[in-house]
Design a protein around this ligand. Structure first.
Ligand code: NAD
Ligand code: ZN
Ligand code: ZN
Length: 406
């Protein structure tokens, strides 16, 4: 079959790899009908890392049709079912899974690296499970993971259940102040800032609005992304046209700061002089200290995190959706302690939120605008150009879906 493979920094290629087969009775194999590129894929695209091997099959936002099932998986799924595959692989029965922490699944966690649940298409660090940017995908733990969806409606209506929609949902739930995270509308009445308006940030804006946030203020530097957030009811701040984002946010909130800030950016390298200097400095450190995985960006990749911690109101909440990593990240502990900030973070526990989200996905009026979020639907063979476009945010690109059948 054809699959998108990682070959090196800024080098992905569509290659022929062996077809996946059932290996365990909990497996299923699906024929992929849609598979998206995520900001998390850009972290892999942007770096040379010790955990990446040329030929690794990428992709973790996938849906398709069940082609084959192992005996246990077959108790829940049948050939022909239309399914969305959560990006983290969880068993549904261990202590973590039964406590809503599917991203920490004890059955699939990668003990070798001390990381949480295995992930599709996310290198040796997360279990080296081949990803879904391919014609077919083997799905482990299929007796629990795959979400069966109706046959009617376009793929894009359901696809984001795999990752970015539950991620935004959890991001908003974690933005609740005090003890409100388990409430039905955890941010109702609050002022919520969303930093970063990629696909994840866009959905954070929409979910926060849907759940009754009084104000949503959205920050980015890409014109199309700001415009789309404004269409969905956000007040927008263009990072490129204000001197200081923190000051702007304080001014907009009467000097106190927003109740919550969601960081939907994570580590970002802009090739700025600061990033380059940090990269050079990191290159001079002993290898054990400067893990190559984390040397691609420097201080400015923490820009969003610091903006969040410095602008949130005292006693407010920072919800980290964006991925940060690495021993080199200087966490501003004194600021966090002094400001009595709650910070919640982590990978999305995808299956935890499926039931709560499903009514939005199947709603006739598409309340979250899911069917129009993708700006590009391209053949799998266009993956190299699609990765470059999504990374550069060119051609108005906000979300790319790849179609292996096109
Ligand atoms: P993206 O790269 O398309 O979006 C990031 C956006 O942030 C861009 O529009 C960029 O212009 C903007 N930006 C950069 N620096 C900024 C700053 N300092 N302030 C404000 N905006 C800034 O990516 P995406 O697909 O939307 O994903 C966003 C993040 O969420 C990534 O780090 C990704 O790895 C992470 N993610 C986490 C989970 C999870 O389970 N927690 C799941 C999916 C994605
Ligand atoms: Zn993703
Ligand atoms: Zn589990």
């Amino acid at each position: 079959m054809r699959a998108v493979t990682w070959q090196g920094k800024h080098d992905v290629r569509v290659e022929t790899v062996p077809d996946p087969t059932i290996q365990h009775d909990t497996d299923a194999v699906i024929r992929v009908t849609s598979t998206a590129i995520c900001g998390s894929d850009l972290h892999l695209y942007d770096i040379f890392g010790p955990f990446l091997k040329p030929g690794d099959v990428l992709g973790h936002e996938t849906m398709g049709v069940v082609e084959a099932v192992g005996s246990q998986a077959g108790q829940r799924l049948k050939v022909g079912d239309r399914v969305v595959v959560p990006f983290n692989i969880s068993c549904g029965t261990c202590w973590m899974c039964t406590h809503g922490l599917q991203s920490q699944c004890e059955t699939t966690q990668v003990t070798q690296h001390g990381t949480g649940a295995a992930l599709f298409g996310y290198t040796e660090l997360y279990g080296e499970v081949p990803g879904g940017q391919a014609e077919y995908l083997r799905v482990p733990q299929a007796q629990y993971g795959p979400i069966v969806v109706p046959h009617e409606g376009p793929d894009e209506q359901y696809l984001y259940l795999s990752d970015i929609l539950p991620t935004a949902w959890q991001g908003v739930a974690y933005a609740a102040t005090g003890d409100r995270s388990l409430e039905k509308n955890p941010v109702e009445g609050n002022t919520v800032v969303v930093l970063g308006l990629g696909p994840v940030g866009q959905l954070c804006v929409r979910v926060a609005r849907l759940q009754g946030a009084a104000r949503v203020i959205a920050v980015d530097r890409v014109t199309e992304r700001l415009a789309l957030a404004a269409e969905w009811g956000a007040e927008v701040v263009d990072q490129g046209s204000v001197d200081d984002v923190v000051e702007t946010l304080l001014k907009l909130t009467g000097g106190r700061g927003p109740d919550a800030v969601i960081d939907a950016v994570g580590m970002e390298a802009h090739g700025s002089p600061v990033a380059k200097a940090a990269q050079t400095a990191a290159g001079m450190l002993p290898k054990a200290v400067a893990q190559p995985l984390f040397t691609h960006a420097g201080v400015d990749r923490l820009d969003a995190l610091h903006t969040a911690l410095r602008s949130v109101r005292r006693g407010g909440t920072v919800s980290l959706v964006g991925v940060y990593g690495g021993a080199m990240d200087p966490v501003p502990m004194l600021t966090m302690f002094d400001r009595q900030v709650t910070v919640r973070m982590g990978q999305c526990n995808v299956r935890r939120w499926t039931d709560a989200i499903m009514p939005c996905v199947t709603s006739e009026d598409d309340v979250l605008g899911l069917s129009h979020l993708a700006t590009h639907r391209l053949p799998l063979s266009s993956a190299p150009a699609a990765y470059a476009m999504f990374q550069q945010k060119s051609d108005g690109c906000i979300k790319v879906v790849l179609d292996p059948a096109a």
